[in-house]
Design a protein around this ligand. Structure first.
Ligand code: F6P
Length: 454
Protein backbone atom coordinates (compact mmCIF):
# COMPACT_ATOMS: atom_id res chain seq x y z
CA UNK A 1 0.00 0.00 0.00
CA UNK A 2 2.45 2.66 1.15
CA UNK A 3 4.88 3.34 -1.71
CA UNK A 4 7.09 5.88 -0.07
CA UNK A 5 8.60 3.93 2.84
CA UNK A 6 10.36 0.80 3.97
CA UNK A 7 8.85 -2.26 2.28
CA UNK A 8 10.73 -4.85 4.31
CA UNK A 9 8.99 -8.17 4.94
CA UNK A 10 8.68 -9.81 8.33
CA UNK A 11 6.97 -12.79 9.98
CA UNK A 12 5.53 -12.36 13.46
CA UNK A 13 4.78 -15.74 15.04
CA UNK A 14 2.52 -15.81 18.08
CA UNK A 15 3.44 -18.03 21.05
CA UNK A 16 1.35 -18.98 24.07
CA UNK A 17 -1.17 -21.26 25.68
CA UNK A 18 -4.82 -21.10 24.59
CA UNK A 19 -6.86 -18.28 26.21
CA UNK A 20 -3.87 -15.95 26.52
CA UNK A 21 -5.09 -13.32 24.05
CA UNK A 22 -2.89 -14.36 21.11
CA UNK A 23 -5.58 -13.83 18.51
CA UNK A 24 -6.60 -10.54 20.14
CA UNK A 25 -2.99 -9.34 20.00
CA UNK A 26 -2.44 -10.67 16.45
CA UNK A 27 -5.50 -8.79 15.19
CA UNK A 28 -4.53 -5.64 17.02
CA UNK A 29 -1.04 -5.69 15.47
CA UNK A 30 -2.53 -6.41 12.03
CA UNK A 31 -4.97 -3.51 12.28
CA UNK A 32 -2.23 -1.12 13.39
CA UNK A 33 0.29 -2.11 10.72
CA UNK A 34 -2.34 -2.13 7.95
CA UNK A 35 -3.38 1.37 9.01
CA UNK A 36 0.27 2.45 8.81
CA UNK A 37 0.25 1.22 5.21
CA UNK A 38 1.90 -2.21 5.51
CA UNK A 39 0.24 -5.08 3.69
CA UNK A 40 -0.51 -7.30 6.69
CA UNK A 41 -2.37 -10.59 7.09
CA UNK A 42 -3.07 -12.97 9.96
CA UNK A 43 -2.68 -16.72 9.25
CA UNK A 44 -4.70 -18.40 11.98
CA UNK A 45 -3.90 -22.12 12.20
CA UNK A 46 -7.14 -22.75 14.14
CA UNK A 47 -9.13 -21.68 11.06
CA UNK A 48 -7.28 -24.28 8.97
CA UNK A 49 -8.07 -26.98 11.53
CA UNK A 50 -11.75 -26.03 11.51
CA UNK A 51 -11.86 -25.97 7.72
CA UNK A 52 -10.20 -29.41 7.39
CA UNK A 53 -11.53 -31.31 10.39
CA UNK A 54 -14.81 -29.58 11.16
CA UNK A 55 -15.65 -26.83 13.60
CA UNK A 56 -15.43 -28.76 16.84
CA UNK A 57 -12.78 -31.19 18.00
CA UNK A 58 -12.87 -32.55 21.56
CA UNK A 59 -10.05 -31.79 24.00
CA UNK A 60 -8.49 -35.26 23.36
CA UNK A 61 -7.69 -34.12 19.82
CA UNK A 62 -5.12 -31.74 21.38
CA UNK A 63 -3.58 -34.32 23.72
CA UNK A 64 0.17 -34.44 22.89
CA UNK A 65 0.09 -38.23 23.35
CA UNK A 66 -2.62 -38.59 20.67
CA UNK A 67 -0.49 -39.38 17.59
CA UNK A 68 -3.34 -38.86 15.13
CA UNK A 69 -4.27 -35.46 16.58
CA UNK A 70 -0.62 -34.44 16.63
CA UNK A 71 -0.15 -35.35 12.97
CA UNK A 72 -3.32 -33.47 12.00
CA UNK A 73 -2.24 -30.34 13.88
CA UNK A 74 1.24 -30.55 12.35
CA UNK A 75 -0.30 -30.81 8.88
CA UNK A 76 -2.45 -27.70 9.53
CA UNK A 77 0.57 -25.78 10.82
CA UNK A 78 2.50 -26.57 7.63
CA UNK A 79 -0.41 -25.67 5.35
CA UNK A 80 -0.85 -22.30 7.03
CA UNK A 81 2.91 -21.72 6.82
CA UNK A 82 2.95 -22.55 3.10
CA UNK A 83 0.08 -20.16 2.40
CA UNK A 84 1.90 -17.55 4.44
CA UNK A 85 5.17 -17.79 2.51
CA UNK A 86 3.27 -17.84 -0.82
CA UNK A 87 1.43 -14.69 0.21
CA UNK A 88 4.66 -12.97 1.23
CA UNK A 89 6.29 -13.98 -2.07
CA UNK A 90 3.30 -12.48 -3.89
CA UNK A 91 3.70 -9.00 -2.38
CA UNK A 92 2.58 -9.39 1.25
CA UNK A 93 4.72 -7.57 3.79
CA UNK A 94 3.84 -8.56 7.35
CA UNK A 95 2.52 -12.05 8.04
CA UNK A 96 1.25 -12.87 11.51
CA UNK A 97 1.38 -16.61 12.12
CA UNK A 98 -1.29 -17.12 14.78
CA UNK A 99 -0.83 -20.51 16.46
CA UNK A 100 0.20 -21.67 19.94
CA UNK A 101 3.80 -22.45 18.77
CA UNK A 102 4.14 -23.56 22.36
CA UNK A 103 6.99 -26.07 21.98
CA UNK A 104 10.61 -25.54 20.93
CA UNK A 105 10.15 -28.10 18.15
CA UNK A 106 7.26 -26.17 16.63
CA UNK A 107 9.16 -22.89 16.85
CA UNK A 108 12.13 -24.57 15.21
CA UNK A 109 9.86 -25.50 12.31
CA UNK A 110 8.75 -21.88 11.90
CA UNK A 111 12.35 -20.68 12.22
CA UNK A 112 13.57 -23.08 9.49
CA UNK A 113 10.73 -22.11 7.19
CA UNK A 114 11.59 -18.42 7.56
CA UNK A 115 15.31 -19.09 7.07
CA UNK A 116 14.59 -21.03 3.85
CA UNK A 117 12.61 -18.08 2.51
CA UNK A 118 14.99 -15.42 3.80
CA UNK A 119 12.33 -13.90 6.03
CA UNK A 120 13.10 -12.14 9.31
CA UNK A 121 11.13 -13.72 12.16
CA UNK A 122 10.00 -12.31 15.48
CA UNK A 123 8.13 -14.43 18.05
CA UNK A 124 5.45 -12.65 20.03
CA UNK A 125 4.61 -14.52 23.21
CA UNK A 126 1.54 -13.73 25.28
CA UNK A 127 1.83 -14.80 28.91
CA UNK A 128 -0.92 -14.45 31.45
CA UNK A 129 -1.16 -16.17 34.80
CA UNK A 130 -3.97 -14.07 36.23
CA UNK A 131 -6.79 -16.59 36.78
CA UNK A 132 -9.46 -13.86 36.48
CA UNK A 133 -8.27 -12.79 33.02
CA UNK A 134 -7.91 -16.41 31.87
CA UNK A 135 -11.38 -17.18 33.16
CA UNK A 136 -12.76 -14.15 31.31
CA UNK A 137 -11.06 -15.28 28.10
CA UNK A 138 -12.41 -18.81 28.47
CA UNK A 139 -15.89 -17.37 28.90
CA UNK A 140 -15.34 -15.23 25.81
CA UNK A 141 -14.00 -18.17 23.80
CA UNK A 142 -16.88 -20.34 24.89
CA UNK A 143 -19.44 -17.77 23.72
CA UNK A 144 -17.67 -16.52 20.55
CA UNK A 145 -15.48 -19.30 19.17
CA UNK A 146 -16.83 -21.36 16.27
CA UNK A 147 -15.22 -24.34 18.09
CA UNK A 148 -18.07 -24.29 20.58
CA UNK A 149 -20.95 -22.74 18.65
CA UNK A 150 -23.55 -25.45 19.37
CA UNK A 151 -22.40 -26.57 22.76
CA UNK A 152 -23.78 -26.18 26.26
CA UNK A 153 -21.72 -23.33 27.84
CA UNK A 154 -20.66 -25.32 30.91
CA UNK A 155 -19.56 -28.30 28.80
CA UNK A 156 -17.73 -25.97 26.40
CA UNK A 157 -15.84 -24.30 29.26
CA UNK A 158 -14.89 -27.68 30.75
CA UNK A 159 -13.67 -28.96 27.37
CA UNK A 160 -11.66 -25.81 26.77
CA UNK A 161 -10.01 -26.10 30.19
CA UNK A 162 -9.08 -29.70 29.35
CA UNK A 163 -7.59 -28.50 26.05
CA UNK A 164 -5.52 -25.88 27.87
CA UNK A 165 -4.28 -28.56 30.30
CA UNK A 166 -3.03 -30.66 27.33
CA UNK A 167 -1.08 -27.69 26.00
CA UNK A 168 0.25 -26.87 29.48
CA UNK A 169 1.86 -30.32 29.71
CA UNK A 170 3.99 -29.66 26.65
CA UNK A 171 4.45 -25.87 26.92
CA UNK A 172 8.00 -24.54 26.73
CA UNK A 173 7.99 -20.74 27.18
CA UNK A 174 10.33 -18.70 25.00
CA UNK A 175 13.76 -18.36 26.51
CA UNK A 176 16.30 -18.71 23.68
CA UNK A 177 18.38 -15.48 23.80
CA UNK A 178 19.57 -16.00 20.22
CA UNK A 179 16.05 -15.55 18.78
CA UNK A 180 14.13 -12.32 18.20
CA UNK A 181 11.15 -12.11 20.49
CA UNK A 182 8.70 -9.91 22.31
CA UNK A 183 7.08 -11.21 25.49
CA UNK A 184 3.85 -9.56 26.60
CA UNK A 185 2.90 -10.26 30.20
CA UNK A 186 -0.68 -9.67 31.44
CA UNK A 187 -1.91 -7.70 28.41
CA UNK A 188 0.83 -5.07 28.36
CA UNK A 189 1.65 -4.89 32.12
CA UNK A 190 5.16 -5.93 31.19
CA UNK A 191 6.73 -6.11 27.73
CA UNK A 192 10.19 -7.65 27.23
CA UNK A 193 12.06 -7.26 23.95
CA UNK A 194 14.92 -9.51 22.90
CA UNK A 195 17.09 -8.92 19.82
CA UNK A 196 14.55 -6.66 18.15
CA UNK A 197 15.99 -5.12 15.01
CA UNK A 198 14.47 -3.26 12.12
CA UNK A 199 11.97 -0.48 11.85
CA UNK A 200 8.76 -2.50 11.91
CA UNK A 201 9.16 -4.77 14.96
CA UNK A 202 10.50 -1.82 16.97
CA UNK A 203 7.42 0.17 16.02
CA UNK A 204 5.20 -2.41 17.75
CA UNK A 205 6.61 -1.74 21.22
CA UNK A 206 4.55 1.42 21.98
CA UNK A 207 1.35 -0.31 20.85
CA UNK A 208 1.97 -3.41 22.95
CA UNK A 209 2.98 -1.43 26.02
CA UNK A 210 -0.13 0.74 25.89
CA UNK A 211 -2.78 -1.78 24.91
CA UNK A 212 -5.40 -2.77 27.47
CA UNK A 213 -8.75 -4.52 27.39
CA UNK A 214 -10.75 -2.16 29.60
CA UNK A 215 -13.90 -0.80 28.01
CA UNK A 216 -14.29 2.93 27.39
CA UNK A 217 -15.79 5.13 24.70
CA UNK A 218 -13.96 7.28 22.19
CA UNK A 219 -16.13 10.15 21.01
CA UNK A 220 -15.29 11.85 17.71
CA UNK A 221 -16.70 15.05 16.31
CA UNK A 222 -15.74 17.68 13.79
CA UNK A 223 -15.84 21.31 14.90
CA UNK A 224 -19.06 23.22 14.36
CA UNK A 225 -19.65 24.89 11.02
CA UNK A 226 -16.91 27.44 10.32
CA UNK A 227 -16.83 30.52 8.09
CA UNK A 228 -14.59 28.55 5.70
CA UNK A 229 -17.12 25.71 5.58
CA UNK A 230 -19.74 28.24 4.60
CA UNK A 231 -17.60 29.56 1.74
CA UNK A 232 -16.53 26.06 0.69
CA UNK A 233 -12.87 26.86 1.39
CA UNK A 234 -10.44 24.25 2.67
CA UNK A 235 -7.97 24.64 5.53
CA UNK A 236 -7.49 28.06 7.13
CA UNK A 237 -8.13 29.04 10.72
CA UNK A 238 -11.56 30.64 10.60
CA UNK A 239 -14.05 31.06 13.42
CA UNK A 240 -17.39 29.34 13.89
CA UNK A 241 -20.58 30.63 12.27
CA UNK A 242 -23.70 31.14 14.39
CA UNK A 243 -24.76 27.61 13.46
CA UNK A 244 -21.34 26.36 14.51
CA UNK A 245 -21.80 28.08 17.88
CA UNK A 246 -25.21 26.43 18.23
CA UNK A 247 -23.53 23.07 17.66
CA UNK A 248 -20.88 23.84 20.29
CA UNK A 249 -23.67 24.40 22.82
CA UNK A 250 -25.60 21.33 21.70
CA UNK A 251 -22.42 19.25 22.01
CA UNK A 252 -21.89 20.41 25.60
CA UNK A 253 -25.52 19.56 26.50
CA UNK A 254 -25.22 16.19 24.80
CA UNK A 255 -21.98 15.24 26.55
CA UNK A 256 -23.44 16.33 29.90
CA UNK A 257 -26.50 14.14 29.35
CA UNK A 258 -24.31 11.17 28.37
CA UNK A 259 -22.15 11.62 31.47
CA UNK A 260 -25.27 11.70 33.69
CA UNK A 261 -26.57 8.55 31.98
CA UNK A 262 -23.35 6.60 32.42
CA UNK A 263 -23.13 7.64 36.07
CA UNK A 264 -26.72 6.40 36.52
CA UNK A 265 -25.79 3.11 34.84
CA UNK A 266 -22.73 2.73 37.05
CA UNK A 267 -24.80 3.41 40.19
CA UNK A 268 -27.57 0.99 39.32
CA UNK A 269 -25.07 -1.71 38.41
CA UNK A 270 -23.12 -1.37 41.60
CA UNK A 271 -26.35 -2.02 43.54
CA UNK A 272 -26.93 -5.35 41.84
CA UNK A 273 -25.40 -8.68 42.79
CA UNK A 274 -22.56 -9.66 40.41
CA UNK A 275 -24.63 -12.43 38.82
CA UNK A 276 -27.22 -9.86 37.72
CA UNK A 277 -24.86 -7.33 36.18
CA UNK A 278 -26.15 -6.39 32.73
CA UNK A 279 -23.79 -7.42 29.97
CA UNK A 280 -22.70 -3.88 29.06
CA UNK A 281 -19.31 -5.22 28.17
CA UNK A 282 -19.43 -7.90 25.57
CA UNK A 283 -16.54 -10.21 24.96
CA UNK A 284 -13.96 -10.33 27.73
CA UNK A 285 -15.21 -7.32 29.62
CA UNK A 286 -17.98 -8.49 32.02
CA UNK A 287 -15.77 -10.58 34.22
CA UNK A 288 -12.53 -8.63 34.09
CA UNK A 289 -10.74 -8.26 37.40
CA UNK A 290 -11.51 -4.93 39.13
CA UNK A 291 -8.07 -3.52 38.23
CA UNK A 292 -8.99 -3.74 34.54
CA UNK A 293 -12.50 -2.32 34.80
CA UNK A 294 -12.96 1.28 33.68
CA UNK A 295 -13.37 3.71 36.55
CA UNK A 296 -17.11 4.39 36.84
CA UNK A 297 -18.24 7.97 36.30
CA UNK A 298 -14.69 8.97 35.34
CA UNK A 299 -14.49 12.42 33.74
CA UNK A 300 -14.12 12.72 30.02
CA UNK A 301 -10.85 13.95 28.53
CA UNK A 302 -11.29 16.50 25.73
CA UNK A 303 -8.81 16.88 22.90
CA UNK A 304 -8.86 19.56 20.21
CA UNK A 305 -6.51 20.68 17.49
CA UNK A 306 -4.72 24.02 17.83
CA UNK A 307 -7.11 25.66 15.34
CA UNK A 308 -9.73 28.14 16.47
CA UNK A 309 -12.76 26.25 15.17
CA UNK A 310 -12.12 23.18 17.32
CA UNK A 311 -11.19 25.19 20.43
CA UNK A 312 -14.38 27.25 20.07
CA UNK A 313 -16.40 24.05 19.66
CA UNK A 314 -15.03 22.84 23.01
CA UNK A 315 -15.72 26.14 24.77
CA UNK A 316 -19.06 25.18 26.37
CA UNK A 317 -17.79 21.90 27.77
CA UNK A 318 -16.98 21.79 31.46
CA UNK A 319 -13.56 20.16 30.89
CA UNK A 320 -10.85 22.30 29.37
CA UNK A 321 -9.31 20.67 26.32
CA UNK A 322 -5.81 19.43 25.64
CA UNK A 323 -4.73 21.07 22.34
CA UNK A 324 -2.72 18.86 20.01
CA UNK A 325 -0.93 20.18 16.93
CA UNK A 326 -1.06 16.65 15.55
CA UNK A 327 -4.85 17.00 15.34
CA UNK A 328 -4.71 20.04 12.99
CA UNK A 329 -6.48 19.53 9.64
CA UNK A 330 -4.62 18.08 6.63
CA UNK A 331 -2.22 20.77 5.41
CA UNK A 332 -3.43 21.86 1.97
CA UNK A 333 -0.13 23.71 1.31
CA UNK A 334 -0.43 26.15 -1.60
CA UNK A 335 -4.15 25.31 -1.87
CA UNK A 336 -4.94 26.37 1.71
CA UNK A 337 -7.89 28.78 1.78
CA UNK A 338 -9.07 27.91 -1.75
CA UNK A 339 -12.36 26.28 -2.72
CA UNK A 340 -12.31 23.03 -4.72
CA UNK A 341 -13.65 25.03 -7.71
CA UNK A 342 -10.77 27.52 -7.42
CA UNK A 343 -8.23 24.69 -7.35
CA UNK A 344 -9.86 23.14 -10.44
CA UNK A 345 -9.70 26.49 -12.30
CA UNK A 346 -6.25 27.64 -11.30
CA UNK A 347 -4.37 24.36 -10.71
CA UNK A 348 -6.19 21.81 -12.88
CA UNK A 349 -3.26 19.35 -12.77
CA UNK A 350 -3.40 19.26 -8.97
CA UNK A 351 -7.15 18.82 -9.01
CA UNK A 352 -6.95 15.87 -11.40
CA UNK A 353 -4.03 14.27 -9.56
CA UNK A 354 -5.95 14.35 -6.26
CA UNK A 355 -9.06 12.91 -7.88
CA UNK A 356 -6.95 10.08 -9.34
CA UNK A 357 -5.24 9.06 -6.08
CA UNK A 358 -6.68 10.83 -3.07
CA UNK A 359 -4.80 8.72 -0.51
CA UNK A 360 -1.29 9.31 -1.80
CA UNK A 361 -1.81 12.74 -3.36
CA UNK A 362 0.24 15.35 -1.51
CA UNK A 363 -0.82 19.02 -1.78
CA UNK A 364 2.06 21.18 -3.09
CA UNK A 365 4.03 22.09 0.07
CA UNK A 366 1.34 20.34 2.08
CA UNK A 367 0.30 16.84 3.09
CA UNK A 368 -1.32 13.67 1.78
CA UNK A 369 -3.62 11.34 3.72
CA UNK A 370 -0.63 9.02 4.01
CA UNK A 371 1.30 11.85 5.71
CA UNK A 372 -1.65 12.54 8.02
CA UNK A 373 -1.69 8.91 9.18
CA UNK A 374 2.03 8.99 9.98
CA UNK A 375 1.57 12.17 12.01
CA UNK A 376 -1.40 10.68 13.87
CA UNK A 377 0.49 7.55 14.91
CA UNK A 378 1.39 8.94 18.39
CA UNK A 379 -2.24 10.09 18.82
CA UNK A 380 -3.48 6.55 18.18
CA UNK A 381 -1.04 5.16 20.74
CA UNK A 382 -2.22 7.82 23.20
CA UNK A 383 -5.86 6.88 22.51
CA UNK A 384 -5.03 3.21 23.04
CA UNK A 385 -3.47 4.12 26.38
CA UNK A 386 -6.45 6.09 27.72
CA UNK A 387 -8.72 4.27 30.16
CA UNK A 388 -11.32 6.97 30.57
CA UNK A 389 -13.58 8.29 27.79
CA UNK A 390 -12.02 10.77 25.36
CA UNK A 391 -13.81 13.32 23.18
CA UNK A 392 -11.76 14.26 20.11
CA UNK A 393 -12.87 17.50 18.44
CA UNK A 394 -10.97 17.73 15.19
CA UNK A 395 -11.33 17.96 11.42
CA UNK A 396 -12.64 15.91 8.52
CA UNK A 397 -9.40 14.31 7.25
CA UNK A 398 -8.07 13.78 10.79
CA UNK A 399 -11.21 12.06 12.01
CA UNK A 400 -11.38 9.91 8.89
CA UNK A 401 -7.90 8.64 9.70
CA UNK A 402 -8.69 7.99 13.40
CA UNK A 403 -12.01 6.35 12.55
CA UNK A 404 -10.29 4.25 9.87
CA UNK A 405 -7.88 2.87 12.48
CA UNK A 406 -10.52 1.88 15.01
CA UNK A 407 -12.93 0.50 12.41
CA UNK A 408 -10.14 -1.33 10.55
CA UNK A 409 -10.85 0.28 7.18
CA UNK A 410 -8.34 -0.20 4.33
CA UNK A 411 -6.15 2.91 3.94
CA UNK A 412 -7.38 3.62 0.41
CA UNK A 413 -10.97 3.97 1.75
CA UNK A 414 -10.01 6.44 4.47
CA UNK A 415 -10.24 9.65 2.34
CA UNK A 416 -13.87 8.84 1.53
CA UNK A 417 -15.24 7.92 4.98
CA UNK A 418 -18.36 9.91 5.87
CA UNK A 419 -17.69 12.21 8.80
CA UNK A 420 -20.46 14.81 8.61
CA UNK A 421 -20.55 18.10 10.48
CA UNK A 422 -22.67 18.38 13.64
CA UNK A 423 -22.62 14.65 14.34
CA UNK A 424 -20.99 12.88 17.27
CA UNK A 425 -19.59 9.41 16.62
CA UNK A 426 -19.13 7.07 19.56
CA UNK A 427 -16.65 4.23 19.10
CA UNK A 428 -16.34 1.56 21.76
CA UNK A 429 -13.40 -0.82 21.27
CA UNK A 430 -14.27 -4.42 22.20
CA UNK A 431 -12.17 -7.58 22.25
CA UNK A 432 -12.85 -8.34 18.60
CA UNK A 433 -13.49 -4.99 16.94
CA UNK A 434 -15.23 -1.75 17.65
CA UNK A 435 -18.88 -0.78 18.15
CA UNK A 436 -20.11 2.40 16.52
CA UNK A 437 -23.05 4.70 17.14
CA UNK A 438 -23.67 8.06 15.47
CA UNK A 439 -25.61 10.94 17.06
CA UNK A 440 -26.58 13.74 14.64
CA UNK A 441 -27.15 16.74 16.93
CA UNK A 442 -28.26 19.40 14.44
CA UNK A 443 -30.33 18.90 11.34
CA UNK A 444 -27.92 20.93 9.19
CA UNK A 445 -25.67 18.53 7.36
CA UNK A 446 -22.78 18.73 4.95
CA UNK A 447 -25.09 18.61 1.95
CA UNK A 448 -26.60 21.92 3.08
CA UNK A 449 -23.21 23.49 2.70
CA UNK A 450 -21.09 24.26 -0.26
CA UNK A 451 -18.13 22.88 1.67
CA UNK A 452 -18.85 19.24 1.02
CA UNK A 453 -15.81 17.16 0.28
CA UNK A 454 -14.51 16.89 -3.24
O1 F6P B 1 -13.77 21.13 3.80
C1 F6P B 1 -13.47 20.97 5.14
C2 F6P B 1 -12.15 20.24 5.30
O2 F6P B 1 -11.96 20.00 6.67
C3 F6P B 1 -10.92 20.97 4.72
O3 F6P B 1 -10.32 21.88 5.60
C4 F6P B 1 -10.03 19.82 4.35
O4 F6P B 1 -9.02 20.18 3.41
C5 F6P B 1 -11.03 18.85 3.81
O5 F6P B 1 -12.19 18.97 4.62
C6 F6P B 1 -10.57 17.42 3.85
O6 F6P B 1 -11.47 16.63 3.10
P1 F6P B 1 -11.08 16.11 1.63
O7 F6P B 1 -9.85 15.30 1.84
O8 F6P B 1 -12.27 15.30 1.23
O9 F6P B 1 -10.81 17.29 0.75
Amino acid sequence: MAHSRDRAKVVLAMVGLPARGKTYTARKIARYLSWLGHKTRVFNVGSYRRAFFGPSQPAEFFDPSNAQGRAALFDMAVRAMTDMTDWLAGGGEVAIYDATNSTRARRQLVTECCQTHGLPLVFVESICDDPAVIQATIRETKTHSPDYSNMDPAAAAADFRARIAHYERAYEPLSDPSLSWIKIVDVGRQVVLNRIQGHLPARLAPLLINMHIGRRAIWLTRHGESLSNLRGAIGGDSELTLRGETYARALADFMRSRAAESEGEAMSQSNRPPSMQPSMMPAMMPSLPPSMQPPSGSPITVWTSTLRRTIQTASYLTTSPVKWRALDEIDAGLCDGMTYAEIKDTMPGEYVARKADKFFYRYPRGESYEDVIQRLDPMIIELERQRQPVLVIAHQAILRAIYGYFMDRPPEEIPYIEVPLHTVIRLTPTAYGCEEKRFPLLTITESDLTASSS
